[in-house]
Ligand binder design. Structure first.
Ligand SMILES: Nc1nc2c(ncn2[C@@H]2O[C@H](COP(=O)(O)OP(=O)(O)OP(=O)(O)O)[C@@H](O)[C@H]2O)c(=O)[nH]1
Ligand SMILES: [Zn+2]
Length: 183
């Protein structure tokens, strides 16, 4: 599979007018294939596998917030990166999730091709699924290279997307508390 991807990169380099056999580019198809596979490793992972049973009983019923999880993904339209941070909050319902698992959930979905809005929803639904929480909130703030280095070439705009489930959707005070904590 890696060889396959490398061969396609070799053809792309050639079609772009470069010589893929010149010294500096000789190993580039292989490197690019490896990098692309890493950036899309989410397709080879599953929620069960990354959670690895790290869901613990707890009677806490206060909001838990994991803030500023850095995020690197690629938009499915241009295969160019979007980069930003993700905030995840939930209201436990007898169970809490291992802290590192929030970052693992973000990475698993971020390392697939998609748009930011869908990524936000996938993360929220995964946290809900795993914790059976009373509510889950996810906000992603990101800058899209497809808007910066090409196309409209706007360097300072960023996009914020959010998904609120359960109590965060129904209860204004809960939502406000979350938004205040991440602001
Ligand atoms: N909503 C949303 N749009 C995205 C995301 N990533 C890229 N896009 C947009 O997807 C759209 C694709 O538009 P097209 O007109 O088909 O493609 P294009 O000609 O390359 O568009 P321009 O970027 O405007 O040059 C653009 O408006 C992008 O800004 C994302 O995560 N969410
Ligand atoms: Zn794009």
């Amino acid at each position: 599979m890696s060889d396959d991807i490398a061969e396609h990169y070799r053809q792309i380099i050639s079609a772009l007018g470069e010589d893929p056999s010149r010294e500096g580019l000789r190993d580039t198809p292989k490197r690019a294939a490896k990098a692309m596979q890493f950036l899309n490793a989410g397709y080879t992972q599953s929620l069960d596998e990354i959670i690895n049973g790290a869901v613990f009983e707890s009677q806490t019923d206060e909001m838990v917030l994991v803030k500023d999880i850095e995020l690197y993904s690629m938009c499915e339209h241009h295969l160019l990166p979007f980069i930003g941070k993700c905030h995840i909050a939930y209201l436990p319902n007898g169970k809490v999730l291992g802290l590192s698992k929030f970052a693992r959930i973000v990475d698993m979905f971020a390392r697939r091709m998609q748009i930011q809005e869908n990524l936000t929803r996938q993360i929220a639904e995964a946290v809900q699924d795993v914790t059976q929480a009373k509510g889950v909130a996810v906000v992603i703030e990101a800058r899209h290279l497809c808007m910066m280095m090409r196309g409209v070439e706007k360097q300072n705009s960023s996009m914020t997307s959010s998904v609120m489930l359960g109590a965060f959707r129904k209860n204004q005070a809960t939502r406000q508390e979350f938004l205040m904590l991440i602001s």
